[in-house]
Design a protein around this ligand. Structure first.
Ligand code: 5AD
Ligand code: SF4
Length: 482
């Protein structure tokens, strides 16, 4: 098959961390006239896998495509361009993507001129790009996480030169401000405060797929939040792989606590942030979170493992004891705090004792919610080279035991809501049925309740009348007239 390969990814290059200062530049999109003419009346579809960083990238990709002139479509099979924004964090995420690329063969039989493009973290992995080149000839364009701004020129070449184009950079470039954006919601927004990650936890592919840590300038972040406030957004979530390390690469004494306080002062009704690495959590954060009512009392604090031996092998740089101490202080200083976590079971050579330590910490922390994963080896990471004597069936058993343990506190925390009236930001119609809405409490608990479309996008008081493990049932408070 004819293809133009400008660059393919290299994990060796991606692992490097240069000391050079990262510049911030303004996005200057080059959109060829013939591409805009071509786009007229044509439709695009984007499927996003993985984390919120990908959600924001997809919002920028949508912004770029609409600037070119394409129109959004909800059905891949009637679209002229289909983009899959992929995730590499675990193997099952990758399998889903390969399944979808397979099913998109049908799109080519319906419309031979349709374009299938792949981007995101998987495309930053050399072995994946090789596999796609060899086996998935229906794909027309592969680009990575560092060159989204090049999309118009890459698309132009695919369309007018009629060959496959591959451009994946292994080295992150400048921070690009002011890319066009079409957000998924008009009342909730994700705002990147930094890109990349320098932690190199031994199981994790992210530092390779998203490059070195680069903090955005505080004035650019505040400008974006101000604009959202002016557009009446009700909630912003500040995003980074490890928000607590914000500013460490800027050399101007900026910390995440300072940024969070400045954002809080802008008076957006709800502010969230994710993800906090337990190692970098500063004491100043306690004061800021408890002082500002618009900073939601919800902290996602990945534990990953409760065993000191495994934490060490993971390169997490905290201990079971220091993690539990942090949780104790958080609960004391922010009494209504909701806690969630990420836990991996079955890291190479995890023993029953290691796993029991994880269960002990899980019980101690009484999480409100949790994301649990079975360890998945990632090509190129140090952990993938470790011998592993734990069988898959043992890992599955531990996974189920962990979920059972976590669900005890999750249900207990959910029950504590019953009888209380809480503020809920209404997201939209619920999957539960007609006239049912859903939204989230300040502590990020899902609530289903009856109501009409006029409530969507508002923060309203809801009385909680029943609870399940993962959701609450409520009714709009009598005091609220609508
Ligand atoms: N295997 C399983 N889970 C992983 N995570 C990251 N890498 C892996 C891996 N190789 C989990 C971590 C992280 C979350 C986003 O995904 O728990 O916090
Ligand atoms: Fe991965 Fe660790 Fe960075 Fe999180 S902090 S993205 S788990 S390397």
């Amino acid at each position: 098959m004819k293809e133009a390969i400008y660059s393919t990814p290299s994990l060796k290059e991606a692992r490097k961390r240069s000391k050079n200062k990262v510049e911030t530049i303004n996005a200057e999109l080059i959109i060829p006239d013939r591409l805009s003419l071509f786009a007229n009346g044509k439709k695009y579809f984007i499927r996003t896998y993985g984390c919120q960083a990908n959600v924001v990238d997809s919002e920028n990709i949508a912004g770029i495509l609409e600037k070119i002139g394409f129109i959004k479509c909800d059905d891949p099979f009637t679209s002229d361009i289909v983009i899959l924004n992929t995730c590499a964090v675990r193997e099952n995420a990758e399998e889903k993507v390969f399944g979808e690329i397979g099913s998109l063969k049908r799109l080519k039989s319906l419309n031979e001129n349709a374009i299938i493009a792949l981007c995101g973290c998987m495309i930053q992995e050399p072995h994946i790009v090789e596999k796609i080149r060899e086996k998935y000839h229906q794909t027309d364009l592969l680009f990575g996480t560092h060159n989204i701004n090049r999309l118009p020129l890459l698309l132009d070449e695919v369309i007018f030169a009629h060959h496959r184009v591959i451009e994946v950079l292994s080295k992150e470039g400048e921070i690009i401000e002011n890319l066009p954006v079409v957000r998924e919601s008009n009342f909730k927004a994700f705002v990147n405060i930094m890109y990349g990650c320098d932690k190199f936890c031994t199981y994790c592919i992210v530092p390779y797929t998203r490059g070195k840590q680069r903090s955005r300038k505080i004035e650019d972040i505040l400008k974006e939040v101000k604009e959202l406030k002016e557009k009446n957004y009700q909630e912003v979530t500040l995003l980074g792989q490890n928000v607590n390390a914000y500013g460490k690469d800027l050399n101007d004494n900026l910390t995440f606590a300072v940024l969070l306080e400045e954002v809080a002062k802008l008076n957006i009704p709800r502010i969230r942030f994710t993800t906090s690495h337990p190692w970098d959590f500063q004491d100043e954060m306690f004061r800021v979170i408890s002082q500002y009512k618009n900073i939601m009392p919800y902290i996602h604090l990945p534990l990953q493992s409760g065993s000191n031996a495994i934490l060490k092998k993971m390169g997490r740089r905290y201990t079971k004891e220091s993690y539990m101490d942090l949780v104790t202080r958080l609960k004391k200083i922010i009494p209504n705090v909701s806690l969630s976590t990420d836990i991996i079971v079955g890291f190479p050579n995890e023993t029953e004792e290691d796993f029991l330590d994880t269960l002990e910490v899980a019980k101690f922390c009484e999480y409100d919610s949790a994301f649990t994963f079975i360890y998945s080896p990632r090509v190129g990471t140090p952990a993938a080279l470790m011998q592993d004597d734990v069988t898959r069936s043992e890992k599955n058993k531990r996974f189920n035991r962990l979920v059972e343990t976590l669900e005890i506190s999750i249900s207990k925390k959910a029950k504590e809501y019953v009888g209380k009236t809480v503020d809920v930001l209404v997201d939209g119609f619920s999957k539960k049925g007609k006239d049912m809405l859903s939204g989230y409490t300040e502590g990020n608990k899902l609530v289903n309740f009856q109501g009409n479309a006029s409530l969507i996008g508002k923060i309203i008081p809801v009385k909680i009348i029943d609870s399940h493990t993962y959701s609450l049932i409520g009714e709009v408070s009598d005091e609220y007239k609508y």
